[in-house]
Structure formats: structure tokens, C-alpha cells
Design a protein around this ligand. Sequence first.
Ligand code: 13P
Ligand code: SF4
Length: 350
Amino acid sequence: MSYGGMINEVELETQRLYKILGGLTDFKIGAKYDAAFCRAAAPFTLEINKLKKETDAVILAHYYCAPQIVYGVADYKGDSLALARAAAEVKESIIIFCGVFFMAQTAKIINPRKRVFLPPLFAGCSLADSVDAAQAAAMRAKYPRAQFVCYINSTAEVKAACDICVTSANVFDIIAASAARQIVFLPDVYMAADIAREMRRRGIDKEIIPFGGTCCVHDKYNAQDVRDIRAAHPAAAIICHPECAPQVCELCDYCGGTSGMLKFVKSSAARTFAVLSEDGIINCLEYENPDKNFLHYGRTCAQMKRNNLQNILGILKNPAPEAEVQVGSSVADAAKKCIYKMFKAGGADL
Ligand code: 13P
Ligand code: SF4
């Protein structure tokens, strides 16, 4: 290609990116993404999108990743459940999972013949890192008759020690449909309280035994925040993720996972939304609803933000075996049963 042709290609890519990003907030600078940002990103997105095809790779991105990833290079974007399902369907030989480690691990468990990479190599999650297999086993010994339900934000080893896994999108329905009365829920203590509240609301008799984990992003919101927002923005709908404290969830107009928030905002008549979650979902809400306004509170998941165009490109250029996500076969087999029970309970035909 001629030099002039290359300039033209970068310019066209800059324009494509600016159409996507121009209306979205760059939380690093507190202003909308500008053309200079898009021009700097364009050579990366161009090369990533080309190399993906040449290397038979596919990119999955969680909604909390930066929008130049979610809308610029990802083939699949979604919440934890949608991405786990997408991982099962991938035909390409390489999965680049832009998210945190437990998500990439889940993709590897679901589709073990694929080579799975997490661009930052490791990115933790305060929930997944709050419980290990020994603690899960100790809970088993203490509650031998309970059903063990783990949030998908858990390690492969913890999933392997549990009966069924859930996500923010299906947690209430799966637990409501369970035959067990006594349920140990690992590891999110706030979500356990939300489950107990929702079961009471549905008139279903369940004993929910919590563990002590929290999300270090969502546990920063408190009930006073909601009251202050209500007073300052009486017309705004206040929405939150169920990883927030139950006192927060109770006061909000909607509480649901990232895909639930997207659906709620799309169908709501409100014009302004206060979003008590991670900033990445606010970019997705802005993208999907350019006619609505979003109030945000500067909460980012530092681990999710470790995914970037540079490290995605680095993996595509050198998908080295030592960078691959690996899960030992006995743990993977047991964890897979736990995840597939969720797929079956949620009606996925797999
Ligand atoms: P969702 O499944 O709702 O996308 O949540 C994942 C997560 O890590 C939220 O903090
Ligand atoms: Fe984990 Fe919280 Fe980050 Fe979600 S936002 S990945 S729960 S630390």
C-alpha cells in the first residue's frame, strides 16, 4: 500500500472511531472522547481488526471495558452470562477475553479446545479473590445439607466445589426454582442479602447463608448517596448493580446486572439516570441511548481497565503458549458441571 493510502486508512478509521466514541464520556479526563484520542487509537484498532482475521482470533469484551474495545474491536460484548454463552459458540481457534481473570477462566472451561488469552495476563476481581477452595470446603463441612450456589465471579476451584453457578442476570430465578431450602451463597455477602430479600418478596421460604466477599467498586456506594442523588435530581431514575449493599438496592428505582440496566434504560420513560455501577456500563448506556443523560460517580474497576488496545495487539502479535489461560482438567471438569447446570436452568440449549 502507498504512503498516501495508509494515511487515508488511518483517517477513515479515525472517523469510524469518532462516530462511535464522540458522544461518550472519557472518564479519565471528564469530557467527551475527542478526535485526537480517536486518531491515536486508530492505528491500533486497524491492526487489531486485521490481525484478528489473519490469526483466527475472536475478541470477547465485558461491558466494563473501555468503549474503544467494546465498540471498536470486540466481536462479542456483553455481561458475564452472555459472554460465557458466547464462549461456548466460538468457532475461531483463539479467544481474546477482555475482562477479568475468572471470566477468561470460565471461557477456557466452557470451550477447552480454544486457546484463551486475557490481554493483561492477570486481572483479579475482589469478589472472585475473596474465597478459595479450602474455604468453600470448610463451608461444605459446616452445612452438609445445603445447596452450594456460587456467583460466576469466583475462581474455577470454587466453582468446582459448588453445585450451580449464577450471574446477576439469572440469580433470583435460579434460586427461586431450586428445590433446596438451605442455600450457601458464595462469595458476595450483599448479593446474598438481596437474594434473601427477593425470596421473601416472592413468598418463597429459603435460608440464604452468606460468605463475606464484596465488590470493591460497588461496595463504595451507600444509602446516603442514593438519598443525596434523589434530593439533587428528583426527576432522575436511580439504577444500581446488585453487587451494591442491600440498603442501596432497596432505595433505587432499578437494581439489576449490566444487561438488565441496558434493558431498563432503553424501555424507561425517564430522561436522566443516576448509575450506581462501574463507568464502563455508563459508556454503553450513552452509546445505546444518545438521547438520554447519565449521572456518574467516577467508580472504575481498575482490573477491568487493565485491558487496553496495546495489550490486545500484543497478544495478537505473539499468542505465546505461556500467556494462555490454563485450567487443570479435574478442576475444569467439575467447574464445567457447575456452569452447565446454570445454562440448563437458564434454558440455554447447549
Ligand atoms: P454482570 O454479569 O452484571 O455484567 O456483572 C459482572 C461484574 O463483574 C459486575 O461487577
Ligand atoms: Fe469484580 Fe467488582 Fe471489578 Fe466486577 S467491578 S470485576 S465484581 S471487582
